[in-house]
Design a protein around this ligand. Structure first.
Ligand SMILES: [Fe+2]
Length: 284
């Protein structure tokens, strides 16, 4: 059966211990904008027309859902058939209007038990929002720790249509669903959890402004700035008030010619081209 046509990473839903404290971080410091509060969840947009790229709800800190967009409502209906044929556990069937900002959605479990949502018809906002020191231009990628590394790579390839872009020897797989070198990456681990999410910033200058203004606010970077090997992107990593790791990034490699791309296996260890600070234990 033909794989589901995932077009991009849409948003992530995470649980946080204190909604106000996290709102202060994501709205006032990170540069997102609180769009809506609904049923105890808060929805944040970034500097694109998409309704949101992040939602937070109160609970023990964790990733609640990883949300991927598909090309249409018809494709979303077909996705349910594909998932069931693949033996995936569908938690919520195709539903319209179940949550703010998306026209239709369904939810399932991936091989690691992580909850993944597929959405179609993301609501588009007409107006921009107020000034921020840095305005992230959208969600760039999400990285997950997974317990079933090989099975996960096969599942996201065969069922969700992702392609392997690069890999670090049995440690980390970078996968794409569009030209972005990776919209998802998977870390071979003994737990299934969120590793980090990354927001695109405009350029090096915006990244430097972020480093300065977050630093001035007492929010110190935990890794970077630097330039990764796989993906060649410039990065700087932080933690939100609950320890969720968030990254500002720019210049991620774009894969324009699918037929010409050959995945590279990078050596384990430190494949960064250059970097300030070292990655903390939480990034293993
Ligand atoms: Fe990243």
């Amino acid at each position: 059966m033909e794989a589901i046509a995932v077009t991009r990473l849409a948003h992530v839903d995470v649980a946080v211990t204190d909604l106000d404290r996290s709102t202060e971080f994501y709205n006032d410091r990170w540069g997102l904008h609180l769009v809506e509060e609904h049923d105890g969840r808060r929805y944040f947009r970034s500097n694109t027309s998409d309704f949101h790229t992040l939602s937070i709800g109160k609970g023990d800190p964790r990733l609640e859902h990883l949300c991927l967009e598909v090309s249409s409502r018809d494709e979303l209906k077909r996705a349910e058939v594909v998932l069931e044929a693949a033996g995936a556990e569908v938690l919520a069937p195709y539903t319209e209007g179940a949550k703010p900002g998306v026209g239709a959605s369904l939810r399932f479990k991936d091989p690691n038990g992580l909850e993944v949502e597929l959405v179609a018809d993301v609501q588009q906002l007409k107006e921009g929002y107020g000034a921020r020191d840095v305005k992230p231009q959208g969600l760039n990628h999400a990285v997950l720790r997974v317990t079933k590394y090989e099975e996960t790579k096969r599942f996201y390839r065969d069922v969700l249509g992702f392609r392997l872009s690069d890999e670090t020897e049995n440690t980390m797989a970078f996968m794409r669903c569009n030209q972005n070198h990776h919209s998802l990456a998977f870390v071979n681990s003994d737990q299934a959890s969120l590793h980090h999410i990354a927001y695109t910033v405009e350029d090096w200058s915006a990244l430097a402004v972020g480093i300065k203004t977050l630093g001035d606010a007492g929010i110190c970077r935990i890794w970077g700035p630097g330039r990764h090997g796989p993906g060649n992107n410039v990065f700087s990593y932080y933690q939100d008030p609950d320890g969720h790791v968030v990254e500002y990034t720019c210049e991620l490699q774009q894969i324009v010619d699918e037929s010409a791309w050959v995945p590279q296996v990078w050596k384990r260890g430190r494949p960064e081209k250059w970097a300030g600070l070292g990655p903390p234990d939480i990034l293993h």
